[in-house]
Design a protein around this ligand. Structure first.
Ligand SMILES: *[C@@H]1O[C@H](CO)[C@@H](O)[C@H](O)[C@H]1NC(C)=O
Ligand SMILES: *[C@@H]1O[C@H](CO)[C@@H](O)[C@H](O)[C@H]1NC(C)=O
Length: 194
């Protein structure tokens, strides 16, 4: 009797080991050649949160140091400016005044992508310089019908503290100077990230 017990318990351990090895392991640690599943917690991605921030985007096309410059001359001049494209390095500030605190820059481009109305495609990175967000970015890619009161564009990704970012921005024109073409646009950003 005394000999039977250890044998059955070691059989039990072997059975459990086999179960762990062949049943549980492939489920938790999927490994297909060069692609591995990893535990997100070990990378510091614990709880996804929703951040909201409001910033002002300054499109400066006039004056001696514009931050938004035209880079293409379309082969056809259409009433909607179809094909016109601006490369931007626009200041992002905390308040509506250009002199208010600089929190980052919007770098990228926008281009007229509609022949029926004024409709832009915006492709830009918001590169932040403020506090702990210094060096982090979010990427906005979307459609901007500039004469609509509210224009919504997706946030398609991010870097640094905004890794895995997804969300949307709502753009509202704050001021537009018809004479110079300069514009200040309020951006409400809603971003899910870790
Ligand atoms: C379009 O307009 C611009 C400026 O008004 C002009 O310089 C250019 O030659 C025009 N292009 C065509 C194809 O008509
Ligand atoms: C942001 O980071 C850069 C590079 O690390 C540094 O030179 C700069 O002073 C920082 N800016 C702010 C506002 O902290």
């Amino acid at each position: 009797m005394a000999k039977v017990l250890p044998t059955s318990s070691s059989l039990f351990i072997i059975t459990i080991s086999f179960l762990i090895f062949f049943v549980i392991l492939p489920v938790t640690g999927e490994n297909n050649g060069f692609i591995k599943t990893v535990d997100r917690k070990t990378f510091g991605f614990k709880k996804e949160k929703l951040s909201h921030f409001c910033i002002y985007w300054h499109d400066i096309v006039s004056g001696r140091s514009p931050t938004s410059v035209s880079v293409t001359q379309p082969s056809i001049n259409s009433s909607t400016g179809f094909g016109v494209m601006n490369m931007i390095d626009n200041p992002l500030t905390e308040g509506p005044e250009l002199s208010s605190k600089l929190v980052g820059r919007a770098q990228g481009f926008y281009a007229s992508a509609s022949q029926q109305e004024i409709g832009l495609i915006m492709a830009m990175n918001f590169a932040f310089i403020e506090g702990k967000y210094n060096g982090s970015t979010i990427t906005v890619l979307g459609r901007n019908s500039v004469f609509n009161k509210v224009r919504e564009m997706p946030v398609i990704g991010g870097s640094g503290l905004f890794r895995f970012a997804r969300g949307y921005v709502q753009a509202r024109t704050h001021t537009f100077d018809i004479n110079t073409g300069d514009a200040t646009v309020k951006y409400d950003c809603y971003v899910m990230h870790y």
